[in-house]
Write a protein of this length. Structure first.
Length: 405
């Protein structure tokens, strides 16, 4: 079998590793000249100096928000770093080591952006473009694994009066360093992982930081930041909040998250994509319409590296004949799926795993009779999620605690 993988980030490399382990032939299409996806820090945004699109939303001095134990693939432990929460460079170094160990780069087609994925009979047409000269080519595969990441396409909510604002407006996908906010009054909109983490960095140099939150901040905000409710309107350089308070501001940074985006999927793939939902997928992985098409890494709020491992193995077990998928009708009947009659959760939260991570991992392993993700991984994940909610210094505290253990 010949398998095409879209993207050489952590998910695509992991998918490649498992394909090779199963003796499938594999091509990994990567639009940039780099492996590691998001984990590459690129100082510019948009296009780099060679006109190559910048994929990564990574910012300077980022420390992972999960301990390294939750950011490891199953067949490569981390080097013995003293600290648990390691830096972007250390994560990238790990991904490169993984790629080298399993000779994955030999299979990467660099600077090749996939522009069309289309089912044709029992095969898949993959059309790709060389981003350096726009030349297009077509190749055919037996199966496709989509690993293009979902921290790239910004969601920017509409705010009344935003056009009257004369200051700097940006989104976290373009945020690189806090220095540009020195001495400014900054409004951060959104208090998810990025909003909370970035507010800590900007607070160290800004005159004032306001964080507008829809609900409880993901991590506690730094003491110097001022928590605010939703923005009602922007009037010139004044932000008016829904509680009637207002603040003078010089810059706005949207930390309002990302949308799923698969611009290369032909309509014939039968995949419906909204900002927060991709369906119909079996187990959030396999296309129900075309079971030789898989998506690796769609779930949110989970430990991604173990997720990539088990999702890739689950899909490949259907290709190598070890596990037979239920029929389309059966799947639609028994799934808590958007196309089934009663989804159990709102569609916008459908892919958010959180505490359900353990259950999700277990069900994949049991159903396909594949190796489990050790339960300690999901236990540690729940522990970390709880710590992150209550203490902004969670990284330091956990390091100290684990050192004692
Ligand atoms: P990506 O890393 O985004 O890689 C996707 C790859 O696909 C890229 O190389 C891209 O160029 C390529 N690609 C896209 N479209 C095409 C195309 N059409 N053709 C060819 N190639 C294409 N996760 C954690 O576990 N811990 C953390 O602490 C953490 N912190 C984060 C901080 C930030 C600021 C961000 C943005 C994300 C963070 N994440 C974190 C999540 C992170 O995205 C995942 O860890 C991981 O990088 C996802 O891997 P991926 O391969 O799915 O996607």
């Amino acid at each position: 079998m010949k398998i095409a993988i879209v993207g050489a980030g952590p998910a695509g490399l992991c998918a490649g590793r498992h394909c090779l382990k199963e003796n499938f032939s594999v091509d990994i299409f990567e639009q940039t000249g780099l492996i590691g996806g998001t984990w590459n820090y690129v100082a510019c945004t948009g296009y780099d100096e060679d006109g190559i699109p910048v994929h990564s939303s990574m910012y300077k001095d980022l420390k992972a928000n999960l301990p390294k134990q939750l950011m490891s693939y199953e067949d490569l432990p981390y080097k013995v770093y003293q600290e648990s929460y390691i830096s972007q460079e250390q994560v990238l170094d790990y991904i490169k080591t993984y790629s080298k160990k399993f000779r994955l780069e030999d299979h990467v087609k660099f600077f090749k952006r996939v522009v069309n994925v289309e089912p044709q009979g029992n095969t898949w047409l993959i059309e790709f473009e060389d981003v350096r000269n726009n030349r297009r080519e077509v190749q055919f595969y037996d199966a496709v694994m989509i690993c293009n990441g979902h921290y790239k396409d910004a969601i920017i909510p509409e705010i009344s009066g935003i056009c009257s604002f004369q200051g700097d407006i940006s989104h976290s996908c373009h945020y690189r360093t806090h220095e540009i906010y020195k001495g400014k009054r900054v409004l951060i909109i959104g208090a998810g992982t990025s909003g909370c983490d970035i507010s800590g960095k900007i607070s160290s140099v800004a005159d004032k930081v306001y964080v507008s939150c829809k609900s409880k901040p993901f991590f506690p905000l730094p003491d110097s930041a001022c928590e605010k409710p939703l923005v009602k309107e922007i009037d010139g350089n004044t932000a008016v909040f829904t509680d009637g308070t207002s603040a003078k501001i010089d810059a706005i940074l949207y930390c309002t998250g990302y949308r799923y985006s698969f611009p290369f999927l032909s309509k014939k793939c039968g995949i419906n994509v909204t900002d927060k939902n991709v369906h119909p997928l079996y187990k959030q992985i396999i296309s129900i319409e075309h079971p030789t098409l898989a998506f690796i890494g769609v779930p949110l709020l989970t430990c991604y590296f173990p997720l990539f491992d088990i999702q890739a193995r689950f899909f490949l077990s259907t290709l190598n004949g070890h596990y037979k998928l239920p029929s389309k009708e059966e799947i639609l009947q028994r799934l808590n799926h958007p196309v089934a009659s009663k989804p159990s959760r709102p569609l916008t939260k459908y892919h958010v795993l959180g505490e359900a991570t353990a259950d999700y991992f277990e069900k994949l392993a049991t159903e396909a009779n594949i190796k489990r993700i050790p339960p300690v991984i999901s236990k540690l994940f729940i522990y970390v999620m709880m710590r992150r909610c209550v203490n902004e210094r969670f990284r330091i505290i956990d390091d100290e605690r684990w050192e004692k253990l």
